[in-house]
Design a binder for this molecule. Structure first.
Ligand code: PEP
Ligand code: CO
Length: 465
């Protein structure tokens, strides 16, 4: 399709109903669904339009290379994990990674959790078969239950309400924690860094954490206050906007603002399986004013990407569109450069973000889904290099991770192997980096960005003299 041929069409919160709906959920009881959606439509929003606009302007900075986006959390949140320690640990690991990345990039970091609403999952297969019995696939806590019985797998509209409530509880607790300042999070000397001694790059990791300890100490002495007291962090939420009935009823028009906002989250994204140009998801997303993400994998062609950009961001609004590429470490070198070229040639503004998780999923011989730390790192390092070489900016990273000590991905400083996967594999869907693997990855990126940041400041100093 020629991007310039796309006509502006009228949009409404329901115009997506006339389009093909990928990953559609069919409820046996339509009246019950209607009642639930009506209740949801009356409930207050979870986020505000000014927070959403604030995030959009921060993402615009990231697209210009002035900030860096860190987005991460569970592949799929589950209702039972709506507990204080699980939420606090998720937040803490993201904040710690954020501090490491601030140090490495010398930029302000935008922290966006994949949580408080990440409850619906796209599935490649409609059904799951066990011992010759086939049932509808598990599609996330928002839609059905993971137990392998026919009752569990029937979509239940009450779960939409439970999801909204869990998202609200999670967000409420996160807001409280962020306001409390989290003193220990700012101090690497209080982090659990035992794994560092097992890492091949232990000295480099110690150098980085030591430098952060010194920098924080210096700033606190200078200010006469703790870092938590004088640098309140913004924190944002995101989830895949997959279940459009749920997204639609939380889409509101705000007094004195012209636009429609999805107020269930700050930053919804379109998944790789639902980004068809003429599909319902793209139709819904084109009309909301939130900053949005789109996952793009190996199957996207440059012309298709340009059409997506035209439909989703016709006014070329800065911060509006983040392209989250997820090719896998073996394919990124072929897939990414033509897309960077096409976007550069079009003159459009996007924020490029690398998801090094979803193209690197493998199954062990026993059929367990896992990812290798080295593949994740390899995709990330190539992403930085490929953008650098084209004069483009990799402005963010997107991880599936948790603050707990799970064993779902192999590798990392402790060298987790397939045998370790039996020990603490808790994810319902995709394997997540654990606390140590996530922090180690941040240290690796910081090391990588630190080299370019000091290179840039050296160049700047030279230019200035
Ligand atoms: C996800 O982010 O969990 C996911 C399903 O990703 P993708 O749409 O990139 O496959
Ligand atoms: Co996933």
């Amino acid at each position: 399709m020629n991007p310039t041929s796309v006509e502006p069409r009228p949009w409404s919160c329901t115009s997506w109903h006339d389009k093909p709906i990928a990953q559609r959920v069919t409820y046996p009881d339509c009246e019950a669904l209607g009642r639930v959606l009506a209740s949801l439509a009356r409930l207050p929003p979870l986020v505000t339009s000014w927070e959403v606009e604030n995030l959009k302007s921060q993402l615009a900075d990231a697209a210009r290379g002035e900030r860096f986006l860190l987005q991460g959390g569970d592949c799929s949140e589950c209702f039972e994990d709506c507990q204080s320690s699980a939420i606090a640990n998720k937040l803490k690991i993201l904040l710690k990674m954020g501090i490491v990345l601030v140090y490495g990039s010398r930029k302000r970091v935008i922290r966006v959790g994949r949580f408080a609403g990440q409850y619906a999952k796209p599935r490649s297969a409609e059904t799951e078969t066990r011992d010759g019995v086939s049932l509808p696939s598990y599609r996330g806590n928002l839609i059905n239950r993971k137990g392998f019985t026919p009752e569990d797998r029937i979509p239940n509209p009450e779960l939409l309400l439970r999801g909204y409530e869990r998202a609200a509880l999670t967000l409420n607790f996160i807001r409280g924690l962020v306001d409390g300042g989290f003193a220990d999070v700012h101090h690497p000397e209080l982090w659990d860094l035992d794994f560092v001694k097992y890492a091949a790059l232990a000295d480099e990791y110690r150098r980085i954490t030591g430098a952060i300890v010194d920098a924080v100490g210096f700033m606190e002495t200078l200010a006469g206050r703790t870092l938590g007291e004088f640098s309140r962090v913004d924190f944002f939420t995101s989830h895949e906007g997959l279940h459009l009935d749920y997204e639609q009823v939380q889409t509101r028009q705000v007094p004195r603002r012209l636009h429609w906002y999805n107020l269930s989250t700050h930053f919804p994204w379109i998944g790789e399986r639902t980004r068809a140009l003429d599909g319902a998801h793209v139709e819904y997303f084109r009309g909301i004013a939130n900053p949005i993400g789109v996952k793009i994998g190996p199957s996207i062609a440059p012309a298709e990407l340009l059409s997506l950009i035209e439909i989703l961001n016709p006014a070329d609004e800065p911060g509006r569109l983040t392209l989250i590429h997820r090719f896998g470490c073996k394919r990124i070198a072929d897939c990414l450069p033509p897309l960077i070229d096409a976007v550069a040639k079009s003159g459009r503004t996007v924020l490029w973000c690398c998801d090094p998780m979803h193209g690197n999923t493998i199954r062990t011989n026993r059929g367990v889904k896992t990812r290798n730390f080295d593949d994740i790192l390899a995709e990330l390092e190539q992403a930085f290099d490929l953008h650098d070489r084209k004069g483009s900016i990799l402005g963010g990273v997107h991880f599936e991770m948790t603050g707990e000590n799970v064993t779902e991905c192999v590798g990392g400083a402790r060298g987790l192997t397939e045998a370790d996967l039996d020990r603490a594999y808790l994810s319902d869907v995709d394997p997540r980096l654990n606390y140590e693997q996530a922090l180690e990855l941040a240290l690796r990126i910081a090391g990588r960005m630190g080299q370019s940041a000091s290179g840039t400041s050296r160049t700047r100093r030279k230019d200035a003299s």
